[in-house]
Design a protein around this ligand. Structure first.
Ligand code: AMP
Ligand code: MN
Ligand code: MN
Length: 316
C-alpha cells in the first residue's frame, strides 16, 4: 500500500464508500469486500450508490446496506470503480467539494485522478483485482463471502473471463478466490442466467431496430420500448451486438428521462472506443466504454456515429 493511502485510511473512523451510478458487479462486489475489510480494521462504513442495486446482484449478502445517505460525520470518502466524477450520480455530485479526503480506487484508463489519493491501475481487469491486492497488503485473510464479492467483480467485468483484459494474473486471482470457496458457477447462474422475460422481449425489439452502418452496429432502447416490454434494463445487449462479424464497434443508445441519452459502446481489440466516450464526457476501457449525453436520439445518434467512424478510420 502506498504511504499516502495509509496516511488517509489509518486515522479514519467513519468511512463513506460510494459505488458508481448504474451499478455493476464490480462496483458493488468491490465496495462490499472493501467495507467488510475496513470493518475488520475497526472502521464504521456507510455504503452509498445514487442508483438502486440491480436485482441481478441481490444474491450478494449485504447489498441491502446500499442506500442514498448523506455524508455526515464521516472522515473519509472512498469511491470504488468510478471512472470519473460524473459517475458519482446526482446524489453525490458535490461530494468532492467537501473538505474530506477522497480515495479514488479504480481501473479505468480514462480516470482523471480526481481523488486526494488515487489508487488507479488500468492493468487491473476489475477494481476487485485492486481490492484483492489491497487486502493482501493489509494481511486480511479472505473468507468465502469476501472471495465471492471479489470474484463477482472479476467475473462480471471480464464477462466470464472472455474479454481482452483477462490476463494470466486475473486467472490466478480467480483461482485463489475459488480456493477460498467462491463459486464461478453460482455467480454465472445468478448474473448471466437470471434475466426477466421482459428483458428478452426488449432485446427482440432492439434487434429488430438494429442497424449496420459500415463497420458500426447500433440500436436504440427508448423509454417507450422499456415501458411496453416491462423491462427496466437491456442487460448488456451491447455485448451481443459486438459479436456481429461485420462490426468493429457496437453502440446502444439508451434514452433516459430529462432529454438525456446514455451510450454503451464495445469494440474489437485494436480499436480504442474509450476515446469516443471521453470526447462526449464519459469514459471506460479501450474495448468497453460509455457516456451520458444531453439531447434526443435524433441529435445524439449522428454525432456519436460520426465520431466513431473517425476513430475507426484512424485505427485502419
Ligand atoms: P457499460 O456499457 O455500461 O457496461 O459500460 C462499459 C464501460 O464504460 C464501463 O467500464 C463503465 O465504467 C464505462 N461507462 C459507462 N457509462 C459511462 C459514463 N456515463 N461515464 C463514464 N464511463 C462510463
Ligand atoms: Mn463498473
Ligand atoms: Mn470495473
Amino acid at each position: 500500500m502506498t504511504r499516502s493511502l495509509q496516511q488517509v485510511i489509518d486515522p479514519a473512523k467513519k468511512v463513506f464508500l460510494i459505488a458508481h451510478v448504474d451499478p455493476d458487479g464490480d462496483t458493488i462486489g468491490s465496495t462490499l469486500a472493501l467495507a467488510h475489510a475496513l470493518g475488520k480494521r475497526g472502521k464504521k462504513c456507510t455504503l452509498a450508490c445514487s442508483d438502486p442495486v440491480p436485482s441481478l446482484l441481490s444474491f450478494l449478502p449485504g447489498v441491502e446496506k446500499f442506500g442514498v445517505p448523506q455524508v455526515t460525520d464521516h472522515d473519509l470518502i472512498i469511491t470504488v470503480d468510478l471512472s470519473d466524477p460524473g459517475r458519482l450520480g446526482r446524489a453525490y455530485e458535490h461530494v468532492l467539494e467537501l473538505s474530506l479526503p477522497v480515495v479514488n480506487i479504480d481501473h479505468h484508463i480514462t480516470n482523471p485522478m480526481f481523488g486526494t489519493v488515487n489508487l488507479v491501475r488500468s492493468d487491473a481487469a476489475a477494481t476487485a483485482e485492486i481490492i484483492f491486492d489491497l487486502l493482501s497488503d493489509w494481511g486480511i485473510a479472505l473468507d468465502q463471502l469476501m472471495a465471492t464479492y471479489l470474484l463477482t467483480g472479476i467475473v462480471t467485468d471480464t464477462r466470464s473471463f472472455s474479454t481482452s483484459n483477462t490476463t494470466p494474473r486475473v486467472l490466478e486471482v480467480a483461482s485463489e478466490l475459488m480456493g477460498k470457496g467462491a463459486s464461478v458457477t453460482e455467480i454465472n447462474e445468478s448474473y448471466y442466467r437470471s434475466k426477466g422475460a421482459g428483458t428478452l422481449r426488449l432485446w427482440g425489439r432492439m434487434l429488430d431496430r438494429m442497424e449496420l452502418d459500415g463497420r458500426i452496429i447500433w440500436s436504440v432502447n427508448t423509454l417507450e420500448m422499456r415501458r411496453e416490454c416491462r423491462a427496466d434494463s437491456d442487460n448488456g445487449i451491447v455485448n451481443l451486438l459486438g459479436t456481429v462479424r461485420e462490426a468493429l464497434a457496437a453502440v446502444v443508445f439508451r434514452e433516459h428521462e430529462g432529454h438525456r441519452i446514455e451510450i454503451s459502446m464495445r469494440s474489437r481489440p485494436g480499436v480504442d472506443i474509450s476515446s469516443v466516450a471521453v470526447h462526449f464526457g464519459g469514459g471506460g476501457h479501450p474495448q468497453a466504454a460509455g457516456a451520458m449525453l444531453d439531447g434526443n436520439l435524433e441529435q445524439v445518434i449522428p454525432r456519436v456515429l460520426s465520431r466513431t467512424r473517425e476513430v475507426l478510420d484512424s485505427a485502419d
